[in-house]
Design a protein around this ligand. Structure first.
Ligand SMILES: [Zn+2]
Length: 405
């Protein structure tokens, strides 16, 4: 109990960094991916949609127990020089031959993890293993979504090297949390991916291309703010926490909101396409047969309603976004009154905790040349410290992350 309380306190002191899209983002991306599937897969996935949504954050929760988990969620491309996409071989074997597996693991492996999980999902389809299909689909949705977040492609992942600390959760949590209703969530339908490795690398490269604007626009917007208006400060347990203010977030969103919106819209299509590719590569097993109980008339009507709302971009208006429904309950549960009232925090009031998926911004940013802020000049030693810090922060934040964070 004491240990739990200590953990809880740490969580409170360090809740600003989140390791991927906030829980909100990950859940929403996995939900919309179900709508983007073709018919032969859709009823099966819809039957299990709640699970796939809730499990979307499981990989982030695993970071608490597994020290090897964290690097699976990102890839710090700027570590590999000024032309990292030209330098980095796409295949794991060739990349390890060039840089060693240790280096790759140190700076993140998300594109290869996507491929591994996709292969495992293909095998689960071959085996007709429903539980594994659900679990691996949720995992795959998470890692694909993380690749859509620009800040998952740089060593300066939180703006910590350019005095812009806090950008990670600002971009992937606070912005979509405050502005989701303005986004178009009617993502494109899934397509079979002839070369999924190339597809996921394209996603990473697009994310990287957004970094310049992500950092530069923060600086530009900051000129209109004073430190007092840019940040909010809160004091808890003798520590001061700094976070971006709502006013700053809204002003920044006017500049980069298009990017966030585009990445949130694109990610579900890629998630669904990866699911579809795994299923097709497994020989298109009959998922209806695997459902046991037939899809009911009620389920069919509910799905039809949701698909209609999705296509008309009315999911938020019609209160059909699952993450938003859960979020309300979680917020209430997490109100903290005083130290004596503290209860060990529920990992997630509703479900097996899993991290949120990441959404990516629109491709307006120029490529590598504008990525000044992401070019980390830190020496190896610094990089190591940053990594350790990141890991620690991530671990703590994971437990605090019940929704958008
Ligand atoms: Zn993640």
């Amino acid at each position: 109990m004491k240990k739990l309380l200590i953990t809880f306190c740490l969580v409170l002191l360090c809740p600003l960094f989140s390791p991927g899209w906030g829980f909100f983002g990950h859940k929403t991306i996995n939900q919309i991916a179900v709508y983007a599937l073709p018919r032969p897969m859709q009823e099966f996935y819809y039957r299990h949609m709640n699970q796939i949504v809730q499990l979307s954050t499981a990989p982030d929760m695993r970071r608490n127990e597994d020290p090897n988990e964290a690097p699976k969620h990102y890839i710090d491309m700027d570590h590999y020089g000024d032309n990292p996409f030209g330098m980095m071989p796409k295949e794991w074997e060739k990349a390890t031959a060039k840089y060693t597996a240790d280096t790759l693991r140190k700076y993140g492996t998300v594109p290869w993890v996507v491929m591994d999980v996709k292969e495992n999902l293909t095998e689960a389809f071959r085996q007709r293993d429903t539980a594994a299909i659900i679990r691996l689909s949720a995992d795959l949705g998470h890692y694909v979504a993380d690749a859509y977040v620009p800040l998952h492609t740089t060593i300066n992942y939180d703006g910590q090297l350019t005095n812009q600390e806090g950008m990670h959760s600002l971009w992937e949590s606070k912005l979509p949390e405050r502005h989701l209703a303005e986004y178009k969530l009617d993502s494109e339908s899934a397509d079979y991916l002839k070369d999924p490795l190339r597809s996921i690398w394209d996603v990473v490269q697009n994310s990287y291309g957004f970094l310049g604007a992500t950092f530069d626009l923060e600086e530009a917007v900051s000129r209109k703010f004073t430190p007092e208006t840019k940040y909010t400060f809160s004091h808890k347990y003798g520590k001061t926490r700094r976070a971006y203010s709502d006013a700053f977030a809204d002003a920044y969103h006017k500049e980069v909101g298009g990017m966030v919106a585009i990445r949130i819209k694109q990610a579900p299509t890629m998630v669904a396409s990866m699911w579809l590719t795994a299923w097709q590569d497994a020989g298109k097993p009959d998922l209806d047969q695997m459902m046991g109980k037939k899809f009911t008339k009620g389920e069919r009507e509910k799905l039809a309603t949701e698909l209609k709302a999705w296509k008309k971009n009315e999911l938020v208006d019609k209160e059909l976004v699952i993450a938003m429904q859960k979020e309300k309950a979680v917020e209430k549960a997490d109100v903290i009154k005083s130290a004596e009232d503290m209860q060990p925090m529920p990992a997630d009031a509703s479900a097996p905790a899993a991290p949120a998926p990441a959404l990516t911004p629109a491709p307006q940013a120029a490529p590598a040349t504008t990525v000044e802020k992401s070019k980390v000049k830190a020496k190896d030693e610094d990089g190591k410290k940053i990594k350790e810090k990141r890991k620690k922060k991530g671990d703590k934040a994971d437990k605090a992350d019940d929704g958008w964070n």
